[in-house]
Write a protein of this length. Structure first.
Length: 181
């Protein structure tokens, strides 16, 4: 287990093949799936292919969100956070997160994770910009992203078609403050 970054409550570690069952369970839950643009069901095979073609090639950096617990020194996995489409020409990437364990939702873990991931991306990966796409009606997620430092940059009307219905997307971003100096 390789911890990447931590605070007093959680730590982020590199995702491993052994996390596949949790990822498939979490991403296939109705609560998580309904908040993603990509809503197809995951399988063990599709996730292992994701690891081989995206993570192992460096196109994606995916971490597991773990709660710190005295009785579990390896932490309690509750979700995942990642950056995708890592663009080293422009030093930017798209941010994504999901809290898979229902008991971990509504506790500020998403905001804490976003803050840690921003720090990791800017300080360790030396990225200039992170951006994300969120459904415009997902007000809880938008507040969480804003709390972490993301700002709304664009409102995209009817940007995606989900289950035969067009949905609006809010584009949010954050710039590495060290690059502004």
């Amino acid at each position: 287990m390789q911890k990447v970054i931590e605070n007093d409550n959680i730590f982020l570690r590199k995702m491993e093949y052994s996390d596949t069952d949790n990822i498939v369970k979490w991403r296939n839950s109705d609560f998580v799936r309904e908040h993603f643009i990509y809503q197809a069901l995951f399988t063990r095979e599709s996730h292992e292919n994701w690891i081989k073609t995206m993570i192992e090639t460096g196109k994606v950096d995916q971490l597991i969100i773990c709660l710190k617990a005295d009785n579990a020194p390896e932490g309690i996995p509750v979700g995942s956070v990642y950056i995708r489409d890592i663009d080293r020409n422009h030093n930017k990437a798209e941010y994504g997160i999901f809290i898979g364990e229902e008991s971990a939702r509504g506790r500020g873990i998403g905001s804490q994770t976003a803050q840690l991931m921003i720090q990791y991306c800017f300080e360790q990966l030396k990225l200039h910009r992170l951006f994300l796409r969120v459904f415009a009606d997902n007000e809880q997620a938008i507040r969480s992203y804003e709390k972490a430092g993301f700002v709304k940059e664009a409102y995209l009307k009817d940007d995606v078609k989900i289950q035969d219905k067009y949905r609006d997307i809010v584009l949010m971003g954050i710039i590495n403050p060290e690059d502004k100096k």
